[in-house]
Design a protein around this ligand. Structure first.
Ligand SMILES: NCc1[nH]cc(CCC(=O)O)c1CC(=O)O
Length: 310
């Protein structure tokens, strides 16, 4: 049996959302291991520093995890806490995802002081979003709206909205809810309107693969149902070389033991969207993801990805 931990250091980014999530994991670990000292190590990542360009143009998701992984390697931290959405689909072999916590609302949210919903927006109204996935789905269903880029952490994005730079913005409902800002959500976008990103709304814990004791310490924080859904979603994304650079959505839900997985790959301008879905056993999550990816390819994802220069 693995000895109980004496001390756990959590590497985290320093945005308000990242800190909330790391503090949440810290509090759960303190409850789980009352005699253990659990502390945060805050770090700034390149993803937090580069704010003037869309993520897709500066190297994607890896930007948010590299510095945290360095802290794991040099021993200054034992675990790193991430939004699963920001974790690259393939980790270097030194690292492992050791727990995925219960999911908050996985859907996207419509935030505006002028309009209650996308359907209320007049032609030419400006919607801000930082993701090609949201942008392409908006173009497809609301071609009369103007979609423009929006970067920065949650507070920055809300400030830009309040300054009048946009008529509305689209954000993950989970981040707003965690920060106590759920009252800013005017409407939640159903998956049929905006299929979420793989892992959206879930918190993941990463550790060194060479420290299995850390994985055992984290096991009580794992939520098996969320983990199965996120595994299926990430398999879709991985099979299609998914990252922020590709407009790709993947969303799984569980009913009893049955996992329903939906995926899409879109042309950034929304003029073409490949879709696929499948229902199967939760135990086959990875395989379901691979099959949905295969069906997406048949439905046109291959051509879209080729256009994107993948
Ligand atoms: N890419 C940034 C990011 N990473 C995770 C979240 C929200 C929280 C989550 O999905 O768990 C956000 C903000 C957003 O997309 O609005």
């Amino acid at each position: 049996m693995t000895a109980l931990p004496n001390r756990i250091v959590i590497a985290t980014r320093e945005s308000r959302l990242a800190l909330w999530q790391a503090e949440h994991v810290r509090d759960l670990l303190r409850q789980q291991y009352p005699s253990c000292s659990v502390e945060l190590l805050g770090m700034t990542t390149r993803g937090d520093q580069i704010l003037d360009r869309p993520l897709a143009k500066v190297g994607g998701k890896g930007l948010f995890v590299k510095e945290l992984e360095t802290a794991l390697l040099d021993g200054s931290a034992d675990i790193a806490v991430h939004s699963m959405k920001d974790v690259p689909m393939t980790l270097a072999e030194e690292f492992a995802l050791v727990a995925i916590g219960p999911r908050e609302t996985p859907l996207d949210a419509f935030v505006s002081s002028r309009y209650a919903a996308l359907d209320d927006m007049p032609p030419g109204a400006v919607v801000g979003t930082s993701s090609l996935r949201r942008e392409s789905q908006l173009h497809a269903l609301y071609p009369h709206l103007a979609v423009t880029s929006l970067r920065g952490n949650l507070d920055t994005r809300l400030r830009k909205l309040d300054a009048g730079d946009y008529d509305a913005i689209i954000l993950a409902a989970a981040g707003l809810t965690r920060l106590g800002l759920a009252d800013r959500i005017r409407s939640v976008l159903p998956a049929e309107i905006s299929l979420p990103a793989a892992g959206q709304g879930a918190i993941g814990i990463e550790a060194l693969a060479a420290r299995p004791e850390v994985a055992q310490w984290m096991a009580p924080l794992n939520d098996a149902e969320t983990a199965a859904c996120v595994r299926a979603e990430r398999a879709v994304s991985r099979a299609l070389a998914g990252s922020c650079e590709v407009p790709l959505g993947a969303y799984a839900t569980l009913r009893n033991d049955s996992l329903w997985l939906r995926g899409l790959v879109a042309r950034p301008d929304g003029s073409r969207i490949a879709r696929a879905e499948l229902e199967g056993r939760a135990a086959d999550a990875e395989q379901l993801g691979l099959t949905v990816a295969e069906r997406l390819r048949v439905d046109g994802a291959d051509e879209i990805l080729a256009e994107l220069g993948q």
